[in-house]
Design a protein around this ligand. Structure first.
Ligand SMILES: [Cu+2]
Length: 256
């Protein structure tokens, strides 16, 4: 009885403290699990889209398990009604896809949606207010990657969202689309949001044509930057030791 009262008092004090200090940073998030939510159509019936709406959020903890890294991708957003916002919401979307059922934002520490999120103090924002913390969507397509210290992919954490949803909103907060997060096991290359940014190997691929089939090699006008003729092939290694002058001459000869 007495113990219970004390406990209640203590937890009330603890909650009060958390609210005052903002969301705690999360740790112990499993680095080998990806949670991904994917939208492939608009839910709002009045949506006017330039093409099929695509939206995805993938989330994965860094190797030290501190916080969660997000990769977000939005495409074919409406031309009117932005900037668009998106949040982690505190309920999953039911099978019928009704975005209203996703309830309010994930806000385990009671930051509240009334006060606008201050991007310079993300711990004071609702944990789920991703666009508040990292920017609303002002362009389409839109990509963003960021490391949020307050969301969790560790099950049981107050800020765990792996069994929840996200909602994409018009600027007036109308719900445009939503999707549930789905757990994916280890993804060796979680770079789905940046297909164009994949680093190109620096080794120049060998030309595929048969030797001598490409007489269109660019004229080598800069002798200070000797570029081996494209068809030099295996000979390149030994040719490299020949002075640039000779190389240039060889290039000219090949070009002719
Ligand atoms: Cu929302």
């Amino acid at each position: 009885m007495h113990g219970k009262a004390t406990l209640a008092l203590l937890s009330a004090a603890a909650i009060g403290q958390v609210a005052a200090e903002g969301a705690p940073e999360t740790s112990g998030n499993p680095p080998n699990v990806v949670y991904k939510a994917t939208v492939d159509k608009a839910w709002f019936p009045g949506a006017v889209l330039p093409g099929p709406l695509k939206a995805s959020i993938s989330a994965k903890a860094p190797s030290d398990g501190e916080g969660v890294k997000f990769n977000v991708h939005f495409e074919n957003l409406p031309e009117e009604g932005g900037p668009f916002t998106y949040h982690l919401h505190r309920k999953a979307v039911p099978a019928d896809g009704n975005c209203t059922e996703a309830s309010t934002h994930l806000d385990p520490y009671g930051a509240g949606a009334e006060i606008k999120c201050d991007r310079s103090a993300p711990e004071t924002c609702e944990v789920g207010d991703l666009s508040g913390k990292y920017g609303a969507i002002e362009s389409s397509p839109y990509h963003a990657s960021y490391h949020d210290l307050y969301a969790a992919t560790k099950e049981g954490d107050e800020a765990f969202f792996g069994d929840l949803s996200f909602v994409l909103h018009y600027a007036n907060s109308t719900r445009l689309a939503c999707a549930n997060f789905v757990k994916e096991e280890v993804a060796p290359h979680p770079t789905d949001c940046h297909p164009g940014n994949t680093p190109v190997p620096t080794g120049t691929p060998t030309p595929t044509g048969p030797p001598g089939s490409d007489p269109t090699g660019p004229p080598d006008s800069d002798p200070t930057a000797p570029v081996p003729p494209p068809e030099a092939g295996a000979a390149q290694m030994s040719v490299l030791s020949i002075p640039a002058m000779l190389l240039g001459a060889a290039a000219v000869a090949f070009g002719l």
